[in-house]
Design a protein around this ligand. Structure first.
Ligand SMILES: CC(=O)N[C@H]1[C@@H](OP(=O)(O)OP(=O)(O)OC[C@H]2O[C@@H](n3ccc(=O)[nH]c3=O)[C@H](O)[C@@H]2O)O[C@H](CO)[C@@H](O)[C@@H]1O[C@H](C)C(=O)N[C@@H](C)C(=O)N[C@H](CCC(=O)O)C(=O)O
Ligand SMILES: Nc1ncnc2c1ncn2[C@@H]1O[C@H](COP(=O)(O)OP(=O)(O)OP(=O)(O)O)[C@@H](O)[C@H]1O
Length: 553
């Protein structure tokens, strides 16, 4: 069985690139000891990740300037520093001043090209497929991986949940790694025999240059709905960030789902060759005959040349069938897998065996209420997921819901309202309050839930593991309980501390306690700790606040 390791990985064979060549490539002015031209064998922007032979990139950030950590980088073996003008002064005043220094206006903008050169990913690149959109990216990439692997094609995968490199499973901190990490990952994947790479792309990755130096063969678009608006301001800017992926600088061709109006607009505006996918007659590839079944869902994918490819999943919901269809069409359009091989995989129902960690993942066994853990943290995801669960539910839906602190507060009223409309019992709990008052976050959800047109019975329980216990106590055998929000996350973030917590682990423990043995865990029992003790808000100092942002928004 595979084990999870830290997210950082480096290729084993890096010949080394002369620093002068990196300076020329990045257009940097070289400051520092004359004649020093060390060979660079790695690149990183995290001082704690520096290895001997690295170029340390001291980047300005929201909280600090990376150049402040140049001395630590030198101690760890960095052979040079790349930074901006402000960083030059910081390095000059530090113990790292003896290192050769490369100065550019905006280090982030050259990081991708530099990392590609150092790790050799710019030479004979492997085909890379990428997917973006508000919801469904991770699921789509897992479906691509399953179809390719079924046909014997070795893959490398990078998602919010984890990265797969051969048989190794790495944890992930960001949905899309920083450019230096991404190129190291790609080079490692190639060393381990991957022939196709699958990369989930966030909006932040596009506008923060994390995917620079990677040219995607095919990029897919799932959908767009309100998220990250505290960062982008409005939907138009959020859309623009995603749309930038669909340009010749980043990709050769596109597959766009028409599931949201933004997909239609993208298909119309996209300068790349576009293939569309959807449930309507105007789509090139159409999803028809969608049905939710007792143990998942089925549909038929009809292609422009008369292809009829059956989709069968172990999760319900047309949204998940659309993710699977997007995966199949991306593989077909990119040509990385022959159509016969895609159809054979679909006919063999390989997608029904895909394990989607924390995405409508069932944790209950054969007795007691049905229990799912899901990652829905937008209004759209909640609506689609609850609609799918409703079709299968024999009894009531008991929904456990929270909203992340420190991000997207505008989402909360809509989430509270829709949750209340679409469930029978709503238990409101805390999810990653970060530096916010968790009681205040819940109060918004509860108020919106009570104002819904057809409100659910609302319970306000802060502690997430107690909320799960409350839901199980309230449930009858025929009811369905679903925790929406935390998905596969293995922490609960409070004021800069990531406390080990898994809602899946907590659910398993509470089900067992209530006399309902949970199902067999695909994680093989490697659940992080379950209950959490929440420190009190007033215990934090002012300087703590705003010190941490998690990956997900
Ligand atoms: C807003 C944003 O993108 N922030 C990213 C940014 O953090 P920052 O600007 O605050 O960095 P900083 O803490 O000021 O540090 C500045 C520099 O000093 C370096 N440093 C700092 C301290 C130290 O001891 N040593 C050191 O080297 C840092 O590596 C960094 O290069 O650079 C950090 C290092 O790479 C990232 O971890 C961090 O992502 C944070 C965690 C984040 O929340 N990002 C979100 C917005 C994000 O990108 N989300 C999308 C997903 C969305 C989705 O799926 O829906 C994603 O792709 O994950
Ligand atoms: N096509 C879709 N449309 C709407 N909601 C979806 C869709 N696919 C999945 N979801 C919902 O979104 C949740 C997250 O799914 P998934 O991880 O595949 O998306 P994601 O885009 O990778 O999300 P994130 O970037 O936040 O990790 C699921 O648990 C489900 O509730």
């Amino acid at each position: 069985m595979s084990t999870r390791t830290a997210p950082h990985i480096r290729p084993e064979h890096v010949p080394g690139v002369p620093l002068d060549e990196i300076a020329a490539l990045s257009g940097a002015a070289v400051v520092g000891p004359a004649g020093a031209d060390p060979a660079v064998t790695g690149v990183t922007l995290a001082s704690g990740q520096v290895r001997p032979g690295d170029l340390y990139v001291g980047m300005p950030g929201l909280h600090t300037h990376g150049a402040r950590y140049a001395a630590e980088a030198r101690e760890r073996g960095a052979v040079a520093v790349l930074t901006d003008a402000a960083g030059r002064d910081l390095v000059a005043a530090s113990a790292a001043r003896s290192l050769p220094l490369l100065v550019v206006d905006r280090p982030r903008e050259v990081l991708g090209a530099v990392a590609a050169r150092v790790y050799g990913t710019n030479v004979d690149p492997l085909p890379v497929l990428g997917v973006t959109g508000t919801n469904g990216k991770t699921s789509t990439m897992y479906f691509c991986e399953a179809l390719l692997n079924h046909a014997g094609v070795r893959t490398g995968l990078s998602t919010t949940v984890e990265r797969h490199v051969g048989d190794r499973v790495l944890g992930s901190a960001l949905t899309t790694p920083e450019a230096s990490e991404l190129h190291a990952l790609i080079a490692s994947m190639r060393e381990m025999g991957a022939r196709v790479l699958l990369v989930e792309v966030s909006a932040q990755a596009v506008d923060r240059h994390r995917i620079d130096g990677v040219r995607f063969d095919t990029v897919g678009f799932t959908n767009l709905s309100p998220e990250h608006l505290d960062e982008y301001g409005d939907m138009e800017h959020y859309f623009a960030a995603k749309r930038a992926l669909f340009t010749p600088a980043h990709a050769r061709r596109a597959v766009v789902s028409l599931a949201s109006e933004w997909g239609r607009r993208l298909a119309a505006e996209c300068p790349l060759p576009v293939t569309t996918l959807g449930e309507t007659a105007d789509a090139d590839w159409r999803l028809v005959d969608q049905h939710d079944t007792a143990d998942g869902s089925t549909a038929m994918l009809v292609g422009p040349a008369g292809q009829r490819w059956p989709i069968a999943l172990s999760v319900p919901g047309v949204h998940m069938d659309l993710n699977a269809a997007l995966a199949a069409v991306m593989l077909a359009e990119s040509g990385v897998l022959a159509e016969d091989a895609i159809r054979a995989g679909l006919e063999a129902h390989v997608l029904a065996d895909v394990y989607l960690p924390g995405r409508l993942e069932r944790v209950s066994g054969d007795t007691g209420p049905t229990f799912f853990v899901d990652y829905a943290h937008t209004e759209d995801a909640l609506e689609r997921t609850l609609a799918a669960v409703r079709k299968q539910a024999r009894g009531r839906i008991i929904l456990i819901l929270g909203a992340d602190g420190g991000r997207d507060p505008y989402k909360r009223p809509a989430m509270g309202r829709i949750a209340s409309e679409l469930s029978d019992v709503l238990v409101v709990n805390d999810i990653n309050p970060r530096f916010e008052d968790p009681d205040a976050i819940r109060a918004v959800l509860v108020a919106a839930a009570r104002e819904a047109e057809h409100p659910a019975e609302v319970h306000d329980v802060g502690d997430p593991s107690q909320a799960i216990r409350r839901a199980i106590r309230l449930a009858r055998d025929e009811d369905t309980i679903i925790v929406c929000g935390p998905g596969d996350e293995d922490y609960h973030e409070v004021r800069g501390n990531k406390l080990p917590y898994s809602s899946r682990g907590a659910a398993r423990e509470a089900l067992l306690e209530a006399g309902f043995p949970p199902n067999h865990s695909p994680r093989g029992g490697q659940e992080p700790a379950r209950g959490v003790v929440l420190p009190r808000l007033e215990e934090t100092t002012a300087s703590d606040r705003g010190a941490t942002r998690g990956a997900r928004a």
